[in-house]
Design a protein around this ligand. Structure first.
Ligand code: FAD
Length: 298
């Protein structure tokens, strides 16, 4: 038996994701601090119940049949400053950290303005965005100093950033069952006006190029980028930009965003992904790989 306070059963997952898609979880809990997070994971492991740590649900597609196991919605969101270091629990949203660090005149998080993410999700995928001059990619690893993890033996360990083996859209969290509990970010002092200007520039860039997630629920880009070619451009080349499959549509603004036009299902997303992959392969020879994770039963 799972000894977890406020445990729910049969909770529908759709509202907890940016896609607004996903069936029921057998077990579901919202954790509000690191002790609750660690307890929920250890309880699931002790009872041999599969578990999934959910941040803002911005990089995953839950299946229409939901999740057989425990979904742990991570809202452990305490953080504090020590000089120019920020120590944050893994459920804090990057949006909250952007506002608070900007207030303190500390630079580092402003590059990620407008991206839905928790600290844990950002580390899982090595969150990234274009540099201010748009000539390179800035990664979250550049400001990460160290982190506290729960390892597979239920021990809490402290690791440096090298431990994560960060790469583009990759960290060791993809392959090993570590849970991020807390992270230390090393920031730089900067005039507040400069930080606020960068936030504004990045939000404007996003509004211009990408459909808003509030209006068009999605998971951001579905396919991995192909250097020098662009997944979105390939979708456009084969005539599928703006194409609809059930309740899912390739965005007319940014073809690599497949958004939920209302009543969209995971089955619709998968059908559109398959169609795009097949047509792009047949007509251009390129193989498009997905960058989002598919979680649960489909
Ligand atoms: C509109 C839109 C735009 C986007 N733009 C960008 C962009 O510009 N750049 C970019 O990099 N991404 C982008 N994304 C993708 C997404 O925002 C990122 O991947 C983000 O980091 C996901 O964080 P999350 O908290 O939502 O993670 P979730 O989607 O909830 O989870 C993702 C993975 O992280 C794991 N995880 C979460 N917390 C922990 C933890 N504490 N310990 C261990 N594992 C954990 C989960 O189990 C899961 O496997 C975009 C998404 C959307 C919807």
């Amino acid at each position: 038996m799972l000894s977890i306070p406020n445990l729910k059963t049969g909770e529908i997952l759709a509202p907890y994701t940016t896609y607004k898609i996903g069936g029921p979880a057998d077990y579901f809990v919202v954790v509000k601090n690191q002790e609750e997070l660690v307890n929920a994971v250890i309880e699931a492991r002790k009872n041999n119940i599969p578990y999934f740590i959910l941040g803002t649900g911005a990089n995953i597609l839950f299946g229409d049949k939901g999740f057989r196991g425990l979904v742990i919605k991570n809202e452990a969101d305490n953080f504090r400053f020590e000089n120019t270091d920020l120590i944050a629990e893994s459920g804090v949203t990057i949006a909250d950290l952007i506002m608070e660090t900007a207030r303190q005149g500390l630079s580092g998080f402003e590059h990620f303005a407008g991206i839905p993410s928790t600290v844990g999700g950002a580390m899982w995928q090595n969150l990234h965005f274009l540099s201010p001059d748009r000539t390179r990619t800035v990664f979250i690893e550049e400001i990460l100093h160290s982190a506290k993890l729960l390892n597979e033996d239920n021990e809490i360990i402290t690791v440096s950033k090298d431990f994560f083996k960060f790469d583009y859209d990759y960290s060791i969290l993809h392959d090993q069952k570590f849970v991020v509990i807390e992270a230390v970010f090393r920031l730089e002092q900067k005039p507040q006006e400069e930080i606020l200007k960068q936030i504004k520039d990045n939000l404007e860039w996003r509004n211009e190029k990408q459909p808003s997630v509030e209006q068009y629920p999605s998971c951001g880009s579905v396919f991995k980028k192909i250097e020098g070619v662009g997944a979105g451009r390939l979708i456009e080349r084969v005539g599928l930009k703006g194409y609809k499959m059930g309740g899912i549509q390739s965005s007319p603004q940014h073809a690599n965003f497949l958004f939920n036009i209302g009543e969209g299902t995971a089955a619709d997303v998968i059908a559109l992904i398959k169609l795009i992959q097949e047509k792009v392969k047949k007509e251009t020879g390129y193989e498009l790989e997905t960058e989002i994770s598919f979680v649960g039963d489909f």
